[in-house]
Structure formats: structure tokens, C-alpha cells
Design a protein around this ligand. Structure first.
Ligand code: B12
Ligand code: SF4
Length: 443
């Protein structure tokens, strides 16, 4: 028996498939392979950089699907099914929108694979694959499974090991697919499993891809204490409320944390309330204290903004860039607010008749990456798209890169930090421009 795992690309540039030079290891596929019985052969293809050999013999194809990759995932599935190969789809998008995904595969898998993947493989082996499997999100956590990182060899991923400690998040931001998927809950993995996983791989630089590693601050403190003697460097994603817990900030610094992706989202209090960004709201006063505390702890922050709230205007978006430049963030993502399926934001915009592209932007042939998929309140969709593009352009200009770099508290802290700043900001800057305006899917 042989299973083929696939990570789909987002889509194509004008004449060719987009090749992502900043691609990271597709951890979910290594987890799936790790859950597969050892007598089953596993191969993995990453559509972000290699051709998929559709004619290579295989018994089951497993594709991971996000909303951005749904169109391409369905194309890949169709290729295999035309050759009589069974296809199962799973992941965030499939779980949030099973009624769409079911039309594009022999089987769909809802929720986390740990619960029922072994059953899927067994059913496929006996030619009894069911049309739908329900693995409740979060329940099993990655209990004991060792991801098959050997599948990543030779694929040119960024030199960092992806790992997970806390899955899900206790907050309920209205645009967030994670909050919907995990029903505002988080699940903490046994620390010993995490430590074992760190020891089993060679790298000393780790990206904990947790949706919000600060969702359980006590569990995070426990992890930090264990990491201190291991002398690793690590980054993750964390909500801003950690800055109110100074002992935890100290622990983070001592444990080798270089900084985190942090959801600032907006510098307008009304917008934070509109989107229920509760970790940012108590005592909100423009983030001066939070930024100071992050810098004092040497954090190279990746600030994530979502733009296009009902209170936003082109001027408020420009002010967000001023704030990010003054804060000397390592990186800032200016994401247009996206109505992901089945989120409260999606339902609100749908009720108000403000969704564009028939409400299914992710499948629409005219939709382009980084453009507005709904009608904003105080500007046109094109104005929002342009304001976000201007924000990215201003933040990522070379003079801005140099000014941000000159920060002794963060980027100039060590040679390794300086190197990482240039390595990652230049790669992500390049990819940002390449991806802008890209079509979804190949056909
Ligand atoms: C790490 C990460 C990234 C990394 C990239 C990781 C990589 N390998 O390339 C970075 C930071 C670069 C990134 C970028 C982006 N990301 Co991202 N990312 C994540 C994050 C936090 C973790 C994903 C992960 O590895 N989880 C760990 C694995 C083990 O868990 P898992 O993926 O959930 O898989 C489990 C189950 O879903 C299931 N499963 C998954 N696939 C399959 C397949 C089968 C067949 C089966 C049976 C089961 C199954 O079993 C798995 C094990 O339990 C997720 C949040 C999330 N929870 O998914 C967001 C998330 C996927 N990202 C998101 C977005 C929007 C983006 C961007 C588009 C942002 C932007 N505007 O640029 C980009 C581009 C994405 C792209 N496709 O290129 C959204 C997607 C929303 C949606 N509805 O699809 C998410 C959900 C975040 C959010 N809060 O909404 N991302
Ligand atoms: S804090 Fe982050 S992960 Fe948690 S619900 Fe809000 S956006 Fe989602």
C-alpha cells in the first residue's frame, strides 16, 4: 500500500506556477505520515516547488486544503481521480466548508487527523474508503506521534524546524478561521513529547507554529523553563496580552525566544472592538507600552495588521504604517481583512450583502491574491486594495529596511540576529511582490 501526500500551491503568476522561495515545511503532512502504519509507503509532493507526477502508481492521495489553496487542491484532485486514484481531502478549509469539498474528492476528513487517520488508511487498504470521516478538532492532540521529517529532505525549505505545542486559541476574533475551527478553545500537548521532538531533529532554530502560543500562559511558562537549558532559538505566534505578564516576558527571553508573529490588527480602538480582538483591548492606548516591553525583551516582532474594518479609511491605513515604522518592527504584514468561510465576519458581510465574487472569492476565476473580497464601508474595494499595497510598499522600501535594522535592542543584538533580519526580510519582501495579484489555481 502506498499513500501520496500533497501540499497544494496557491496558484499561478502570469505564465507559470508560482514558486514560493520562502516556503516552510508542511508540518501537517509529516504528522499524517507519522500517523500512518509503518508498513505503508509514504511519499510527499509539494506543489509549491515541484511537479506532481500524476502517473506514478499510488493507492491513496491525501491533500491538505486551506481556503487559499482550495481551487488548486480541487484541480489536483481532479487529475488523480481522472486516473482512477482515490483522493481524500482534509484541513482547515474542508472542516469549515465540507459541503463544498465533498464534491471534489472520494472522501473528506473533518478535524484533526490524529483521531481517525489510521482508520482511513485501513479502510483504503480494504477498498472500503468512507465518503466522510469526523476527527473532532483538537481532541487527540499530537499525542506521541513523531512527524516524518525525512519527507522534507531535498525540498529546499527555509532552515527552521516547524513544531507545535498549543493548538487552537481561547479568543474569538471575528475574522479568525482558527477560532471557528477550534470553537474558541486550545489544546496543550504533553511537554515531554515536544522535548523529545526537539532532540530528535538537528536544527537549533524552531518555529512553534501554534495559533497562539500564549493562549495558555501557564503552559507557555512551563515550556520556557524546559527550553532554557536546551539552548535553542525559537519564534512563534503570540497574542499581545503577554506583554502584561512581565515574569513571562523574562522567561520567554531567557528561553531563546527571538520574537513572535503578533496580531496588532489595528491601531483604532473602535476596530479592535468591532473585531473582538480581546487580547489587545484592555487599557488600549495606542500600543506604546506593548512595543516598549517587547523591545526591552529583545523581541524581533512580526506585526500582523488586518485592514478594511468599518472604521478604516485610506488615511487610517497610512497611519498604521507610520506606527509600524516608528516601532521598528522586523516585519509587518498588511493583510486585507478576508471573509474566511463560516467565520462571524463572513456571516456578517453576507447578511449585509457586502460580499463580492459570489461570496466564494477562493474559487472565483477573477479574484486576485491581496485584493478586497467585500465592499468596505468608507472606501471602495479598489481603494482598500491599493491602500494595503501602498502600506506594504512603504514599509518594505530599502530606506525603511535600513532604518528598522538600526535598532540595538533587537536586530543588532547579535550577529545571528542581524543575519536573520536580512535573510528573512529580503525573502519575504520578494515573495510579497511576486504573490501580489496572483490568480488562484492553474486553470
Ligand atoms: C504555520 C502557518 C503558516 C506559515 C506557513 C506554514 C507552511 N508550512 O507553509 C506561514 C506563516 C508562512 C503562513 C502563511 C500564510 N497563512 Co498560515 N497558518 C499557519 C498555521 C498557524 C499553522 C498551520 C500548521 O502547520 N498547523 C499544524 C498542523 C499539524 O495542523 P493542521 O494544519 O491544522 O493540520 C491538522 C488538521 O487540520 C488535519 N489535516 C490537515 N490537512 C489534512 C489533510 C488530510 C488528508 C487529513 C486527513 C487531515 C488533515 O490534520 C492535521 C493534524 O491534526 C495555520 C493555523 C492552523 N491552525 O491551521 C495558519 C493558517 C493556515 N494560515 C492562514 C493564512 C490566511 C495564511 C496566509 C494566506 C496569510 C497571508 N495573507 O499571506 C499565508 C499564505 C498561506 C499559503 N498557503 O501559502 C489561515 C488560513 C485560513 C483558511 N481558512 O484557510 C490560517 C488557518 C490562520 C488563521 N488564523 O486563519 N501560515
Ligand atoms: S488571538 Fe489570533 S488565533 Fe486567537 S482568535 Fe484572535 S486571531 Fe485567532
Amino acid at each position: 500500500m502506498k499513500v501520496t501526500f500533497i501540499k497544494p500551491n496557491i496558484g499561478r503568476m502570469e505564465h507559470s506556477l508560482y514558486v514560493d522561495q520562502g516556503r516552510m515545511e508542511p508540518l501537517m503532512l509529516a504528522v499524517l505520515a507519522g500517523l500512518t502504519p509503518p508498513d505503508v509507503e509514504c511519499v510527499m509532493y509539494d506543489d509549491r516547488m515541484e511537479d506532481i507526477p500524476y502517473d506514478e502508481a499510488t493507492d491513496l492521495v491525501a491533500i491538505t486544503v486551506e481556503t487559499y489553496t482550495a481551487r488548486r487542491a480541487y484541480e489536483i484532485s481532479a487529475q488523480y481521480r481522472a486516473r482512477g486514484v482515490l483522493v481524500i481531502l482534509g484541513g482547515m478549509h474542508v472542516t469549515l466548508l465540507p459541503e463544498e469539498a465533498v464534491a471534489h474528492a472520494d472522501s473528506i476528513f473533518l478535524g484533526d487527523a490524529e483521531t481517525a487517520w489510521a482508520q482511513v488508511v485501513e479502510d483504503a487498504r480494504r477498498h472500503r474508503l468512507q465518503s466522510r470521516y469526523n476527527g473532532p478538532p483538537g481532541v487527540a492532540q499530537i499525542g506521541g506521534v513523531m512527524p516524518r521529517r525525512d519527507l522534507f529532505k531535498g525540498k529546499g525549505y527555509l532552515p527552521m524546524t516547524l513544531m507545535q505545542y498549543i493548538r487552537g486559541c481561547r479568543f474569538a476574533c471575528r475574522f479568525c478561521a482558527v477560532s471557528q475551527y477550534f470553537d474558541h478553545k486550545h489544546y496543550v500537548r504533553a511537554i515531554d513529547d515536544v522535548l523529545r521532538e526537539i532532540e530528535a531533529q538537528d536544527r537549533r532554530f524552531i518555529f512553534f507554529i501554534d495559533d497562539n502560543i500564549a493562549s495558555d500562559q501557564k503552559a507557555l511558562a512551563d515550556l520556557c523553563r524546559e527550553l532554557i537549558p536546551m539552548k535553542v532559538s525559537w519564534i512563534s505566534q503570540a497574542s499581545l496580552d503577554i506583554t502584561r505578564n512581565l515574569p513571562l516576558m523574562d522567561l520567554l527571553q531567557r528561553s531563546g525566544n527571538w520574537g513572535n508573529v503578533m496580531g496588532f490588527e489595528s491601531i483604532t480602538a473602535d476596530s479592535l472592538r468591532e473585531t473582538r480582538k480581546s487580547p489587545n483591548i484592555p487599557g488600549f492606548a495606542g500600543y506604546q507600552d506593548q512595543v516598549r516591553i517587547l523591545r526591552e525583551h529583545g523581541m524581533q516582532s512580526w506585526a500582523a495588521f488586518t485592514l478594511g474594518y468599518d472604521h478604516d479609511t485610506p488615511e487610517s491605513i497610512a497611519a498604521t504604517v507610520d506606527f509600524a515604522l516608528a516601532s521598528k518592527f522586523t516585519f509587518a504584514a498588511y493583510n486585507i481583512l478576508m471573509p474566511y468561510p463560516n467565520t462571524p465576519l463572513y456571516r456578517k458581510l453576507q447578511e449585509e450583502g457586502r460580499l463580492l465574487y459570489d461570496g466564494k472569492w477562493w474559487l472565483h476565476p477573477e479574484y486576485r491574491f491581496n485584493s478586497a473580497a467585500y465592499i468596505p464601508k468608507r472606501m471602495s474595494p479598489d481603494e482598500l486594495t491599493a491602500a494595503c499595497h501602498d502600506a506594504r510598499t512603504r514599509f518594505n522600501s530599502f530606506p525603511s529596511l535600513l532604518r528598522r535594522f538600526a535598532d540595538p535592542k533587537t536586530h543588532l543584538r547579535s550577529a545571528a540576529r542581524m543575519g536573520a533580519y536580512w535573510y528573512y526580510t529580503l525573502i519575504f519582501r520578494k515573495e510579497l511582490y511576486k504573490k501580489h495579484g496572483m490568480r488562484f489555481g492553474m486553470h
